[in-house]
Design a protein around this ligand. Structure first.
Ligand code: ADP
Ligand code: GLC
Length: 486
């Protein structure tokens, strides 16, 4: 039987991306289709989405619109791979410039509950044949934006007395919970008893994330270690009891890399192409990066790169503290990121203090992200917590050693260059244990020490480049999960 699955999310690479979620929602459905599944995506019609989809045509008018004057469902396809994508056109909700979640003052839009309730409601309608030509067996909701889909699905199942579709919820990040005031519950049109501790109520408020977790038939998250971590008080965000209670329905499936987008051998965004057997192009990428940022042109100065959202999660305050170590030892640092004002200011200050050795670009720039990963010797991901993390996987593919905190998906994907791991031929990067500045500083010192032992460095780098984090294996696991449910 061909499994029909609808992925419900708010981002999709390359149309709209603020982080790794977009990479996953583009690559996973495509990988599922490769395996014979019939996968489609449902997204809000944000400006970039409406402008980027090809062959958009109306499918149905949406009866409920959560206060927006008009909402319709359209179907198009993603140029490039022809992935079928449903889009909710409700311009007053979604056609806003800038971030899909925040206004110009970086404050969440006041109507986010309604905007994302519409997304969830439309998903449940699709499961009830809103499109007469296609309905999913599985509704697969990603992160809090899509959490209500599973509540509406449960409500429909109860009303009809039989399952209209089964629900899977994937946690990409437990730190964003979609919390809204309890008064808004009435507007959602859900059964009154759903406002309950066993439901979408969360400490007197509404949580769209909790709705997803509570009403899902299966819960997944994006690495095995994070699946364990979120069942603890330290990392459960107040939801650890729920998650622990559902441990038998919770599984960690590692994200993959879309090597069509992230391969140094055929990446048009970088200065020169290279591969594990022909590495000279990487030196050209490094020189081009130093030149672009007016750093001292030194091929033997290790370049440390960062491509990241600048948020508390990413642990870059530690890097600011450890940065003198890089500069003092003759290394260089290139940072691309956007987010918290204090982190932006901190890195901008460091770049002013050390113009030859530290460079910062504040903003979101997909091409530059590729250039930095290709031109760097080390990519730093010192996150406080990290559900999976994709940048360290891209770093491995591009022969930049990931330097990571041992947490979440970082712990599952990088093997430390300890003496014994070097001797055993398993090292792929640098891993530090304690989330403290001196632990990061020590890891930076180890990076310099390894860099000076060029044979060990080259072997470690080559090992990382040969690793396969393609989507095939993970997509198989999702498919097996769907089959279990249908
Ligand atoms: P998260 O989803 O928590 O941000 P991931 O490591 O999973 O972390 O994914 C981050 C993705 O976003 C990667 O594709 C990375 O290249 C990209 N990215 C992050 N910040 C920027 C930026 N400022 N410019 C371009 N790409 C960025
Ligand atoms: C989240 C996480 C990140 C993960 C990404 C895709 O944004 O922070 O660790 O890789 O989602 O799953």
């Amino acid at each position: 039987m061909t499994i029909r699955v609808l992925h419900v999310a708010s981002e999709l690479y390359p149309l709209l991306k603020t982080g790794g979620l977009a990479d996953v929602t583009a690559a996973l459905p495509a990988a599922l289709i490769e395996l014979g599944a019939d996968a489609r995506v449902l997204l809000p019609g944000f400006a970039g989405v409406a402008a980027g989809l090809a062959d958009l045509r109306p499918i149905a008018r949406l009866e409920r619109s959560f206060g927006v004057n008009e909402a319709t469902l359209e179907l198009g396809r993603l140029p490039g791979n022809d992935l079928p994508v449903y889009m909710i056109r409700a311009d007053a909700f979604y056609a806003r410039p800038g971030s899909p979640y925040l206004d110009e003052e970086h404050v969440p839009y006041g109507d986010n509950a309604q905007r994302f309730a519409l997304l969830g409601w439309a998903a449940a309608q699709l499961a009830q044949h809103l499109d007469p030509a296609w309905a999913p067996h599985i509704v697969h909701a990603h992160d809090w934006h899509a959490g209500l889909a599973l509540a509406y699905l449960r409500a429909a199942t109860r009303e009809r007395g039989r399952a209209v579709a089964r629900g899977v919820f994937t946690i990409h990040n437990l730190a964003y919970q979609g919390i809204f005031p309890a008064q808004q519950f009435g507007e959602l049109g859900l059964p009154a008893d759903f406002f309950d501790m066993h439901g979408i109520e969360f400490y007197g408020q509404l949580s769209f994330l909790k709705a997803g977790l509570y009403y899902a038939d299966k819960i997944t998250t994006v690495s095995p270690t994070y699946a364990r971590e979120i069942q603890t008080v330290a990392q459960g965000g107040g939801l650890e009891a729920l998650l622990k209670g559902r441990a038998h329905d919770l599984v960690g499936i590692l994200n993959g890399v879309d090597y069509n987008v992230w391969s140094p051998a055929n990446d048009e965004a970088i200065a020169a192409r290279y591969s594990v057997t022909r590495m000279s192009g990487k030196l050209r990428c490094k020189a081009a990066l130093q030149q672009r940022f007016n750093l001292t042109q030194k091929h033997d100065a290790p370049v440390f790169g960062v491509v990241s959202r600048l948020t508390e999660q990413k642990g870059l305050d530690l890097l600011l503290a450890a940065l003198p170590e890089i500069v003092a030892r003759g290394g260089q640092l290139v940072v691309l990121g956007t987010g918290d004002a204090s982190l932006e200011a901190g890195f901008a200050r460091a770049a002013r203090q050390h113009p030859d050795a530290v460079a910062v670009e504040l903003g979101f720039d997909e091409t530059l992200a590729h250039e930095i990963v290709a031109g760097s010797d080390v990519i730093m991901v010192p996150s406080r917590f990290e559900p999976c993390g994709l940048t360290q996987l891209y770093a491995l593919a591009y022969g930049a050693l990931p330097l990571v905190h041992r947490v979440g998906g970082l712990a599952d994907t990088v093997t430390d260059a300890s003496l014994e791991n070097l001797a055993d031929g398993t090292a792929t990067g640098l891993v530090f244990e304690r989330f403290e500045p001196d632990a990061l500083t020590a890891a930076i010192r180890r990076a310099f020490a390894l860099y000076a032992r060029s044979r060990d460095w080259r072997e470690t780098r080559a090992r990382g480049m040969r690793e396969d984090f393609g989507w095939a294996a993970s997509a198989q696991r999702y498919l097996a999960l769907y089959r279990e449910l249908v």
